[in-house]
Design a protein around this ligand. Structure first.
Ligand SMILES: Cc1cc2nc3c(=O)[nH]c(=O)nc-3n(C[C@H](O)[C@H](O)[C@H](O)COP(=O)(O)O)c2cc1C
Length: 193
């Protein structure tokens, strides 16, 4: 890969594609397997490989919709609960081809701080995200507050696990939308002498 191709991959191909642009074309199992293989090569401290994925497809999406509602009811104050919001999220889940539960797994000995495990999972998500465009699919990371607290939001999660959100995936017909970034020069300090 040359520098231009790398720039293209990072600045243009790695983008969020939101579910309103998804089409009905199914994502193949092989495509998803490539994503998880690529994700699996993320850097991580002490080889804990803390990323875990729960993949909801077809009828499996009903389970996620139920988990979502249960977690919402358990974590949002009763006076703030909004049935319309639940209906909207359920719709979003049932209309996406595939939704991946992003889970961080803590090792038994807790050898390294939790933030490092969260960082490693985020790097695995980035690998997955960078792979999407080439495979002809799009998606985005959703992290509703009530779903990503220290709570068992996904019934498939184990004891030592925390959900960091959901990755919605689909084939899509998204237009090129304007995307912006602030000037990197304002984020860098050079310490040279
Ligand atoms: C950790 C993380 C959590 C995110 N959570 C949400 C979210 O809950 N809702 C949302 O619309 N976008 C979410 N995003 C996606 C960002 O909004 C998106 O990356 C941002 O708009 C920049 O657009 P781009 O990905 O096309 O560059 C999240 C991204 C990250 C990295």
């Amino acid at each position: 890969m040359n520098l231009n191709e790398l720039n293209q991959l990072i600045r243009k191909d790695r983008k969020s594609v939101f579910p309103q642009f998804f089409t009905d074309k199914p994502i193949s199992r092989e495509t998803l397997e490539i994503l998880f293989e690529n994700a699996n090569w993320a850097p991580n401290h002490a080889r804990t490989e803390p990323w875990r994925w729960v993949v909801y497809r077809g009828e499996g999406r009903q389970e996620l919709a139920k988990d979502m509602e249960r977690t919402y009811r358990d974590n949002v104050a009763p006076e703030k609960q909004d049935d319309k919001k639940i209906a909207k999220v359920t719709d979003k889940i049932l209309n996406a081809d595939t939704i991946i539960g992003i889970v961080m797994h803590r090792d038994e000995k807790e050898r390294i701080p939790e933030w490092e495990e969260v960082a490693a999972v985020a790097m695995a998500v980035q690998n997955l995200w960078l792979s999407l465009d080439t495979l002809g699919i799009g998606g985005y990371w959703a992290s509703p507050g009530y779903f990503t607290r220290d709570t068992k939001s996904l019934s498939r999660m184990g004891e030592r696990e925390r959900c960091l959100g959901l990755f919605f995936l689909g084939h899509h017909a998204a237009p090129e939308l304007p995307r912006e970034r602030g000037d990197w020069r304002e984020k860098v300090q050079w310490v040279e002498n």
